[in-house]
Ligand binder design. Structure first.
Ligand SMILES: [Zn+2]
Length: 209
């Protein structure tokens, strides 16, 4: 991968960090820098500390998450507009990974509006190029990095393995490590089992007059 100079949990040369993230069903997270994109998209539902909380619920919460991942400084100014923009990027990427609808879907329009003016920088070294948040700082720089890493994954093909769980009220982004890329649910034992129970119930109901 173009930007894969980080281990599954580690720090890039540019200083941004991928922390070890909890995944439903014990799935391994996405490899390399794609784990940062995955964690960003899955920030809508905290699995680690405050179960189910939106980690971008307030500008201060967004700042904490971005600072914890080395994407902005802990004292950076984060406004409501920044938060709306981060959520537009998050939900636009989820919509792209779920590949539902055409190019005119609202989530994609919002993503492209949020991407306008987001900046990223490149550094070059013996191990290849690396992206880092714009030195202008702030949320637009952090979003620029997330967008650049996503675009790289789309170009190198690894994006196709990022899937969005279709479970009712789920939407978790998981990385399909299976050889044939046939995984459908974030966790067979959670969303898969629920869907199975629902279709069993429906069949049973239709069978009985
Ligand atoms: Zn699910």
């Amino acid at each position: 991968m173009l930007t894969g100079h980080v281990s599954m949990t580690g720090e890039s040369r540019a200083g941004w960090r991928i922390s070890e993230s909890v995944q439903p069903g014990g799935r391994p997270p996405a490899p390399g820098s794609l784990a940062l994109v995955q964690a960003f998209v899955n920030s809508y539902y905290d699995l680690e500390i405050s179960h189910g909380a939106d980690l971008f619920a307030t500008p201060a919460a967004l700042r904490s998450w971005l600072a914890a991942h080395g994407l902005i400084t802990p004292t950076a100014r984060v406004t409501d507009v920044d938060r709306e923009r981060a959520i537009a990027v998050r939900e636009g990427l989820r919509s792209l990974a779920a590949s539902t609808g055409g190019d005119d879907r609202p989530a994609l329009r919002k993503l492209n509006a949020a991407a306008t003016g987001a900046a990223v920088e490149l550094r070059f070294g013996g191990r290849g190029p690396e992206f880092l948040p714009s030195s202008a700082g702030g949320v637009p720089g952090a979003l620029g990095l997330v967008l650049a890493l996503s675009a790289c994954a789309m170009i190198d093909g690894s994006w196709a393995r990022l899937k969005v769980c279709p479970g009712v009220e789920c939407g978790w982004m998981f990385f399909d490590h299976s050889r044939n890329q046939t995984s459908r649910w974030c966790s067979m034992s959670v969303c898969g089992a629920r869907a199975k129970a629902r279709s069993h119930y429906r069949r049973h109901k239709e069978a009985s007059p």
